[in-house]
Write a protein that binds this ligand. Structure first.
Ligand code: AMP
Ligand code: ZN
Length: 487
């Protein structure tokens, strides 16, 4: 398996530190408002990576923090006349809810900054003791000069950065590149007691403290959006490696930005769409399919047109699964309506299509999580499956039933490995069991039609449709399916 490592700027063979286990850390949200679809892209990318690693048999421990103390939270609380902790609690829950709604698995642990203050203070004390940090008037700064490898992740040259640094008139810093580990609190701000007086942690220190509390260093993969490479991840490396003397993580993975009209989606530019609003218009699998169509490291241009394309792609999959499930259940029921039964060669070709799809899916995903290629493999199987059904529906035998069942299982499994969960209601897997009364109405309608009681038949159709189903006529007779996934 190959993974692109930002640290070495190459695709490397992925070798976890412990056989069969992966320790994965990604930076979580700062909880001062609802996340936008750009933030969601990064979280969905790492959920996909995590799920694929799990599907490949790895035991993945996934840690993601919640930044619940921060300037932006304090500012929002002040605007609204609320406590910062109240604002943070509200948006932490909103984040958890919307992640679940889009099918992102809960992390193994979700440490909160405010619950990890002791670990952060202990880490800062170690940095001061080893002269990697210094205190000035209740603030503590990391001394960038004390860490010669500074800049190795982002590939920046420290001297260039220093001369390019805004001439901050902060006489208290020994070097313009030094960054805050601890900030003395102003009156009215949330604060915690510390050896340097009441204050609160800087942002970067939290990820260093938490990952060290959860994992032995170096852990396997550290992830986040590419906008976090500098300064956040560069600073995490400086803190963790200066304090521990070992590398922080073996692989640094970064997701590309979601853009709108070729510009990064961001809260500050105001060009954002909230994930929760997108989810009122499109189901979760559609949102995920849209994301998967672009490699996680490439920029992704977001638009409603692309959501509609993803919707259409989703419907092609759902239609195949529904039709194949139906055909499997009705093998031998139909009349041969001029179609030719699949011969052994046709069966063998379709079997090979499924084998190839699985092999290509794995090869693409093993190549730095090439989800676009992997989806292509799934769509090829869907297309061939739809062709097989169209050519042979009504002529299928038991062997075809087995083959179609396998196609459905295979497609469902591979999509599931990427976090695209097909809804049984839409694919018709449990139509009969879940909706016996609708099936009964359908049977009555078929009887009415046989009796040429067209008025009654139409009434029954209306009744079925009023319950959210449509009637489809197939070679094996009529069936009900839930109305379009688009609602
Ligand atoms: P923030 O709340 O800004 O710290 O962002 C939370 C996560 O969303 C981080 O992992 C960022 O890298 C990521 N992120 C922010 N904006 C975008 C974007 N436009 N596209 C992709 N990821 C983003
Ligand atoms: Zn972080």
């Amino acid at each position: 398996m190959k993974v692109y490592n930002t640290l070495t700027r190459t695709k490397e063979e992925f070798v976890p530190r412990e056989d069969g286990k992966v320790a994965l850390y990604t930076c979580g949200p700062t909880v001062y408002n609802d996340i936008h679809i750009g933030n969601a892209r990064t979280f969905i990318s790492f959920d996909t990576i995590r799920r694929y690693l799990m599907w490949r048999g790895y035991d993945v421990t996934f840690v993601q923090n919640v930044t619940d103390v921060d300037d932006k939270i304090i500012a929002r609380a002040a605007e609204e006349g609320r406590e910062a902790s109240e604002v943070a609690a509200e948006y932490t829950q909103a984040f958890i809810d919307v992640m679940r709604a889009v099918g992102v698995l809960d992390p193994t642990t979700r440490p909160h900054a405010t619950e990890t203050i002791d670990d952060m203070i202990a880490l800062i004390e170690r940095l001061i003791a080893s002269e990697h940090a210094y205190e000035v008037d209740g603030d503590v700064y990391f001394a960038v000069r004390s860490f010669p490898a500074y800049g190795k992740l982002s590939g920046r040259d420290v001297d260039d950065m220093r001369s390019g640094a805004r001439v901050e008139v902060d006489e208290r810093k020994h070097d313009p590149l030094d960054f805050a580990l601890w900030k003395a609190s102003k009156p009215g701000e949330p604060s915690w007691p510390s050896p340097w007086g009441a204050g609160r942690p800087g942002w970067h220190i939290e990820c260093s403290a938490m990952s060290e509390a959860e994992f032995e260093l170096p852990f396997d993969i550290h992830g986040g959006g590419v906008d976090l490479v500098f300064p956040h991840h560069e600073n995490e490396i400086a803190q963790s490696e200066a304090a521990s003397g070992t590398p922080m993580a073996n692989y640094w993975m970064h997701g590309g930005m979601l853009q709108i009209n070729s510009e990064k989606m961001s809260k500050s530019l105001g060009n954002f769409t909230l994930l929760k609003d997108v989810l009122t218009r499109y189901p979760a699998p559609v949102v995920r399919l849209l994301m998967l169509q672009t490699h996680y490291r490439s920029p992704l241009d977001f638009s409603d047109a692309r959501l509609d394309e993803a919707q259409a792609a989703y419907e092609r999959i759902v239609t195949f699964v529904r039709n194949a499930t139906w055909a499997t259940a009705h093998v031998g029921d139909g009349e041969v309506s001029g179609r030719k039964a699949p011969d052994d060669a046709a069966k063998a070709t379709f079997t090979a299509t499924l084998d190839d799809a699985r092999a290509k899916f794995i090869a693409d995903m093993d190549d730095d999580f090439n989800t676009a290629g992997a989806l292509g493999a799934i769509f090829e199987a869907v297309k061939r499956g739809n062709e097989y059904l169209a050519a042979h529906e009504g002529t299928l035998d038991d062997a075809d039933g087995v083959l179609l069942r396998r196609a459905v299982d295979e497609i469902t499994e591979l999509l599931g490995a990427l976090g695209v969960e097909l809804s049984p209601a839409e694919t018709g897997e449990n139509n009969t069991a879940a909706d016996a009364d609708v099936e009964a109405l359908l049977a009555q309608r078929q009887q009415a039609r046989a009796d040429k009681d067209w008025t009654r038949a139409d009434e029954l159709r209306d009744e079925i449709e009023a319950r959210g189903y449509t009637i489809e006529d197939t070679a094996q007779g009529a069936r009900v399916v839930r109305a379009s996934v688009a609602g």
